[in-house]
Design a protein. Structure first.
Length: 252
């Protein structure tokens, strides 16, 4: 069963943006064509929208990245404070050579051929209808003296229901236990809301980073959701082994 709520965002361009959203000029709801709940039924005129795997090959009926195979007149051409265009190219054209990646994951329903927006391909999570960034969680959790590091990503079940999973790397001299988990849950609820509290909070031996010192959330997200991934960007590829077949994540 394909079911997922869809949210459109107004285009915004800024130096620190994780993505500039162009979904509203790429996919549309066309009332003259069959419509299905929670699905977008048609690409906009003049657009070549596809969902691709990590190698850039088109896929149908599987979660993948939404891309524009060809440019369109309404596509923005730059970002604020990006004088030479390097940030723009790195954010949108670095994943697939010469192809614009929207930084959204989606599925094309193989039966209806309609489009379902699944999630952001960056740090954004959406648990129980509450959209939030992983940094919001880190800002609270990593203030605890017991926590050396943390990683928060989404896990999906077969119906594409989403839950947040928080991995904790415990500092030497401290122990992971239910009392610590309870304190973390309470702190997140107090600082944010109860809907921000990750459904699963578990200990992990290490947190993976890339060569530039950024947490590899997307790779971990793909591992725990049993999706293809590219480990080349990991500074310590051995670290990724800890995220396979975690008992607490089975059966969701």
């Amino acid at each position: 069963m394909f079911c997922q709520s869809v949210t459109f965002h107004i285009t915004s361009a800024c130096h620190n943006a994780r993505c500039t959203e162009v979904m509203g000029i790429v996919l549309a709801a066309e009332t003259s064509l069959p419509m299905f709940k929670s699905e977008i039924n048609v690409p906009c005129l003049g657009t070549t929208v596809e969902i691709v795997d990590t190698d850039g090959n088109r896929i149908i009926g599987e979660i993948g990245e939404i891309i524009l195979r060809r440019s369109i007149p309404g596509l923005f051409t730059g970002m604020w404070n990006d004088e030479d265009g390097s940030i723009y190219r790195e954010k949108y054209f670095s994943k697939y050579q010469g192809v614009f990646a929207l930084s959204d994951f989606g599925i094309q329903n193989p039966v209806t051929k309609n489009w379902i927006i699944v999630c952001r391909s960056d740090e954004t999570l959406k648990q129980r209808g509450c959209r939030f960034g992983s940094s919001e969680i880190y800002n609270i959790v990593e203030e605890f003296p017991e926590i050396r590091d943390s990683l928060c990503v989404s896990q999906y079940n077969k119906d594409l229901d989403e839950r947040a999973v928080l991995f904790l790397r415990i500092r030497d001299g401290y122990k992971y236990n239910e009392e610590l988990v309870a304190k973390i849950r309470k702190a997140i609820e107090k600082a944010l809301t109860v809907r921000h509290v990750p459904d699963v909070i578990i200990e992990i031996k290490d947190i993976p980073y890339n060569l530039n010192g950024k947490k590899l959330e997307i790779i971990v997200k793909r591992i725990i959701n049993k999706l293809p991934y590219n480990k080349d960007s990991a500074a310590d590829q051995e670290c990724l082994q800890y995220y396979f077949n975690i008992p607490e994540l089975q059966g969701f």
